[in-house]
Every structure is written in C-alpha cells, then in structure tokens.
Ligand binder design. Structure first.
Ligand SMILES: [Zn+2]
Length: 280
C-alpha cells in the first residue's frame, strides 16, 4: 500500500531535532510521499529546504496562514512569488480565512487570502486552502477567483454538509485529517466523509497537530506524525465501506495528479542528510 500525506508541517519546531527519522518512519509505514505545508515565509523557506534535501519523498507549499495575515505585505508577497517559482514548491498556500481564533483582523485575512490567490493564478500552481468558521466569506472570495485557478484543495475540512457541497460545486478537492478519528467532535465529519467523490478526496495528518485520538496502541507523545496517516486512512476507509488498499490507491492517485508528484523510485532514500537545523 502507498499513502501520500498532502499536509504535514515538518517545518514546525517540534520536528527540528528528528526530522529525518520522522520521514524515515513515515516511509517505513507506507507513507511514500509528503507535501510539507508552508504557513509563513520562514516556514515555507524551511519546507522548501527540507524538500531539497530529500526530493524523492518531499515537496513543499509556500504561503501565509490567515493567523499571520498581517505579515502579507509587499516584500512578503514578492518573496512568496519567488518561492512559487521553485521546482519543488507544488502549491500556493496554505492561505485562507480563520475566524475561529481570529488571530489576525478579518480585513487583513481577506486581503492576504486574495493576494495569495492572485499569486497562485500568476504562478499557475494548485492552491492549498485553510478555512475555519469563515465559510461564507471564504466561499465568496474563492468563487470570484475560481475560474482563474487550477486545482484547489480545502485542507483539513471540518465544516458542515452545506460547506462541503459548496466546495465540491466549486470543483475543490477535500483534505481529510485525523479529526475524523475524534470520537467527540469528529462524528459529523465522519458522516460527510462517505459523501466525498472518490476523485476529490485526499488525506493528510496536519502533523504535529491533530494526532488521531483513536490511535492504537496508544502513544505517549502529543505530537502527531506522518507515519500515522495509514491509521487515518483506515478510519476513512471503514467509514466509506472500502478496503484500505482501495482508498490508498485512489487518494494517492488524486494527490499525484493534484500536485504533479513523480512516482518515487523503488530505491529512493527515506533519509534527510543530518545536521540541518531550523533557521528561525
Ligand atoms: Zn490549516
């Protein structure tokens, strides 16, 4: 079986000390490729650096998370445009709107979101989107740009049935995380996961966040890791009434087509050269 994690934050400081081992563990567990989420300028640069160290397994996105929307000034946006031209950067984002935490003013969030959709259009890149508690504004902005964009994924989808079908109507892919494994708050999502068309579903861990709550055997750490993507896949497969192997094949084909990922060579190394440290 081969799984692809379309969203993990290996540039997060919690992976600084053992990133090569984390990637190796993922590959041992059949997670054959990982797309590293860039959620700030520094984080996107770090994600690209990691991808350059292990191009057989890793790719990066480059964007500014809505929490950091105030940082999306002209110099930052031109730096993003430069990152989007890098061969191993396979999507613009993560970008979008987050009214759950409201860590940035909403007007700044909308500005940063639109500016990054413009960049995605210019670069001709797929778009990796984040939306939490902001569906109406998010849908309205995305709808205005949709015809000018290529493939779009709404990552870590956790919203309502209406939101799901609004995104499918806008021809979006849907990223599902270990949120679906949460017996308290994942029930509504579980019911919706069966309704996502085969060719629109992709899987992600969003590591180090959202460790699957039903993970067995239990592990002590709070940090989520890409090696647990197959566990999420197992939960999603059961919900959809398909074998895990069928789901793995379908979601990996979707991810390869979406991000234009090469098929890794059989002997591709899982290791990142040691000694690389985070810069900021
Ligand atoms: Zn996100």
């Amino acid at each position: 079986m081969e799984w692809i994690d379309i969203g993990c934050n290996l540039s997060h400081e919690s992976f600084d000390r053992d990133c090569p081992e984390v990637v190796a563990r993922a590959v041992e567990n059949d997670v054959v490729q990982l797309v590293l989420t860039g959620a700030s300028i520094g984080g996107s640069e770090r994600a690209l650096e990691l991808a350059q160290q292990n191009p057989a397994r890793l790719r990066a996105t480059a964007g500014i998370h809505p929490h950091l929307a105030e940082q999306a000034d002209e110099p930052a946006l031109s730096r993003l445009a430069a990152l989007h031209a890098e061969p191993l950067v396979v999507a613009a984002g993560e970008c979008g709107l987050d009214y759950f935490r409201d860590l940035s003013p909403r007007s700044d969030q909308c500005h940063a979101f639109e500016a990054q959709l413009e960049l995605a259009q210019t670069a001709g890149l797929p778009v990796f989107l984040h939306q939490r508690d902001a569906h109406e504004d998010f849908r309205a902005i995305l709808a205005r740009y949709r015809d000018r964009l290529g493939a779009v994924v709404v990552h870590c989808f956790t919203d309502t049935r209406k939101a799901l079908f609004d995104y499918l109507d806008l021809d979006c892919h849907i990223g599902i995380t270990g949120w679906v494994c949460d017996e308290r708050r994942g029930l509504e999502l579980k019911a919706l996961v069966a309704e996502i068309p085969d060719n629109r579903l992709m899987l992600e861990t969003d590591a180090p966040y959202l460790k699957p709550r039903n993970l067995r055997p239990k592990v002590r750490t709070h940090r989520n890791e890409p090696c647990w993507l197959p566990w999420i896949g197992g939960t999603v497969a059961a919900t959809r009434g398909v074998a895990p192997a069928v789901l793995a094949r379908q979601t990996s084909a979707n991810a390869r087509a979406f991000f234009d990922l090469p098929i890794p060579e059989a002997d591709a190394t899982s290791a990142i050269p040691p000694g690389s440290t985070r810069e900021s």
